[in-house]
Write a protein that binds this ligand. Structure first.
Ligand SMILES: Nc1ncnc2c1ncn2[C@@H]1O[C@H](COP(=O)(O)OP(=O)(O)O)[C@@H](O)[C@H]1O
Ligand SMILES: [Mg+2]
Length: 334
């Protein structure tokens, strides 16, 4: 039996999402193969071991973790998907599912992800990088020089509508669409509550599609799925509280486009030095049919109805088999 640690919950705004992902994972793991050690982190960062459904406080974290053969950190967002827990597991020399420290932190930070995608020549929408310094906002240029932000300067570089996002965010928390100068100002202040780095992007009107990447002997890309959001854009509510939001697999686009997106997904995964798994999200622009990358998620949602497992299911890899492969790969790469 493999001693498998499933860590869930966590300190981030995506705590509940992690809970949902972990619930599905725990249900689908092959109980004959794994001795499961369930570990829960509450929103204050306290660790518990879950034994027979009861939470018992962990007194010696090192000892609890060192007992395990492999860990699946089912954590989304900060302190989970951003390289921090990965760094801890590296220090302890415990194999874990998913990307390493660098890929996790780059993938979590939207501004730095953009810079890497730029370097890899993966098409993306134009953007502006803003930094918050106490109550002032700074515009950061390509050379990392900073000047005090005057909002109209943004409109010299980008056209409305724009999307404003905290650089470190997930599940659309802190993300707002702005259609005029006033909304832009408010959206920047709003994003500033979540992170001191802020990304402003030009909107892409078109389809929103996603591709799953699985690392093994070779890097494999699934087919492409499409998001049909119940709201104007794919907000937190549209993602988790609106059953009207739908996923369509495969996406209703030409075979050629699917191939192009699969190749770009692998390219993006390699560009951030990915390992294990990632879900790579794109837009297909309505007017031009051009593909633009949006982001890479190094620990995508993992409920049974989440896009990542569904994409692999549609190409013949069942949820349980997918978990086996991820865990097997994690143990192999150490
Ligand atoms: N440039 C853009 N053009 C059009 N829609 C966008 C753009 N950026 C974000 N969105 C919308 O906002 C949602 C959340 O943004 P995203 O960058 O994916 O953040 P998160 O990491 O929180 O998922 C996307 O799923 C999409 O619906
Ligand atoms: Mg997203």
């Amino acid at each position: 039996m493999i001693k498998l640690g499933i860590i869930h919950g966590g300190l981030s705004t995506e705590h509940e999402v992690s809970e949902m992902s972990a619930k599905s994972i725990l249900e689908n793991l092959n109980k004959e193969k794994y001795e499961i050690h369930e570990i829960f982190i509450n929103t204050y960062g306290k660790w518990y071991e879950v034994i027979d459904g009861k939470r018992e406080e962990v007194y010696n974290l090192l000892w609890t973790l060192k007992e395990l053969d492999v860990v699946f950190p089912v954590l989304h967002g900060l302190w989970g998907e951003d390289g921090t827990i990965q760094g801890m597991l590296e220090m302890l020399q415990i194999p874990y599912v998913g990307c390493g420290v660098l890929a996790s932190s780059v993938g979590m930070d939207k501004v730095y992800t953009k810079m890497i995608f730029e370097k890899a020549n993966i098409p993306q929408t134009p953007y502006v990088y803003i930094k918050k310094n106490h109550d002032t906002y700074l515009l950061v240029n390509e050379n990392f020089d900073e000047e005090e932000l005057e909002i109209p300067r943004i409109t010299e570089k980008l056209k409305f509508p724009m999307f404003v996002k905290p650089s470190n965010s997930g599940s659309s928390v802190g993300v707002k669409k702005a259609t005029n100068m006033e909304e832009l100002k408010q959206a920047i202040e709003y994003a500033g509550h979540y992170d001191r780095k802020i990304l402003v992007e030009q909107e892409i009107i078109g389809r929103e599609v996603e591709c799953a990447v699985l690392d093994g002997d070779e890097i494999q890309a699934s087919t492409v799925g499409e998001i049909l959001s119940a709201e104007e854009f794919y907000t937190f509510d549209a993602k988790y509280n609106k059953p009207e939001s739908k996923t369509v697999i495969p996406a209703n686009i030409e075979e050629e486009k699917i191939e192009e997106i699969r190749n770009l997904a692998i390219k993006a995964f390699k560009a951030i030095d990915g390992k294990g798994l990632s879900r790579v999200d794109f837009f297909v622009e309505k007017e031009t049919n051009k593909v633009y990358i949006n982001e890479i998620n190094t620990m995508p949602g993992f409920t049974q109805i989440s896009m990542y497992p569904k994409l692999f299911e549609s190409v013949g890899v069942s949820y349980s088999e997918l978990l086996d492969r991820l865990i097997e790969n994690a143990m192999k790469t150490k």
